[in-house]
Design a protein around this ligand. Structure first.
Ligand code: AMP
Ligand code: MN
Ligand code: MN
Ligand code: MN
Length: 277
């Protein structure tokens, strides 16, 4: 048995995290994390800096990514763990995702302009550097300019499905995202399975498709998951023959997110996904 703390899902400034990769890694080390996967949205841009910092502070870094994947009219998040970030097929794929993200960010900005909000795109593009723009950046922009009080308000009033700033997006299909991860030597994990507002029937349909495409894991312990959530997610792991993963989905210091490494234990008997790497 190992008493290493694993945190296999978090974000840096390469996507919508608040901390640059090196700071994130150092924070994880201070929190006692032994194995950290950096899993930015649709990019591997933060991994080189994270790896350097991980070597310096003595933490094991797992190269990761969180892909936005299309399933029916839904967007599911697929975490890729232990990927080769230099794999050509993966890089081609994420280049496409990045074009989708960029066009979507411009469209979201234009929709918000129609609601009387100044064009956020130039600011967000400049602030993101070579990183990806997500809806969380728009949420922060709306808070900063006083249009809403909180990030949650921004999603509830502008950014969620059906709201004025929502842009339906044709993400790469689930099976293809899984394939990119497999091609890059990685393990594909369905992130936060209970956060999609899918009915049980559709969630199971998604998992059947995910497993058939070569998906191997599911997040059983994630962020603020309750005991009941963990039990439900573990049930899905058993039903679909998937390994169990755990990750904080940390984005920023503060009360809004679970701290790096502060996770409940996997259920007794669960087969940890890190047995695969
Ligand atoms: P995107 O991938 O561009 O659609 O942005 C999704 C990101 O926005 C997620 O990874 C979360 O970081 C954040 N997010 C999504 N929904 C919410 C919400 N209701 N409240 C706060 N943050 C959210
Ligand atoms: Mn995010
Ligand atoms: Mn996610
Ligand atoms: Mn995430």
């Amino acid at each position: 048995m190992s008493d290493l703390i694993y945190d296999l899902h978090c974000h840096s400034t390469a996507s919508d995290g608040a901390l640059p990769p090196a700071e994130l890694v150092n924070r994880a080390k201070l929190q006692g994390v032994g194995v950290l996967a950096l899993t930015d949205h649709d990019t591997v841009a933060g991994l080189a800096e994270a790896r350097q910092a991980a070597q310096e502070c003595g933490i094991r870094l797992v190269s990761g990514i969180e892909l936005s994947a299309g399933f029916d009219s839904h967007c599911l998040h697929i975490v890729g763990l232990n990927i080769d970030p230099a794999n050509a097929r993966l890089l081609e794929g994420i280049a496409r995702q990045q074009v989708t993200r960029e066009e979507r960010a411009q469209k979201i900005a234009q929709k918000l302009v129609k609601k009387g909000i100044p064009d956020a795109y130039p600011d967000l593009r400049a602030a993101a550097g070579n990183g990806e723009i997500t809806r969380l950046h728009f949420a922060d922009f709306l808070v900063k300019h006083g249009y809403v009080e909180t990030q949650q308000d921004a999603f509830d009033r502008y950014l969620s499905k059906g709201k004025p700033g929502y842009v339906p997006t044709a993400w790469t299909a689930l099976a293809e995202c899984v394939d990119w991860i497999r091609q890059a030597g990685g393990v594909a994990v369905l992130a936060h399975p209970l956060r999609y507002k899918l009915s049980t029937k559709w969630l199971n349909k998604a998992l059947v498709q995910f497993a058939a495409a070569g998906g191997q894991g599911i997040e059983v312990v994630t962020g603020r998951a309750s005991i009941d959530d963990i039990r439900l997610s573990y049930g899905l792991a058993l039903k679909h023959g998937l390994y169990a993963s755990q990750g904080s989905d940390f984005h920023a210091p503060g009360n809004q997110y679970v701290e790096l490494g502060r996770l409940a234990a996997l259920p007794a008997g669960a087969e940890p996904v890190w047995n695969l790497f």
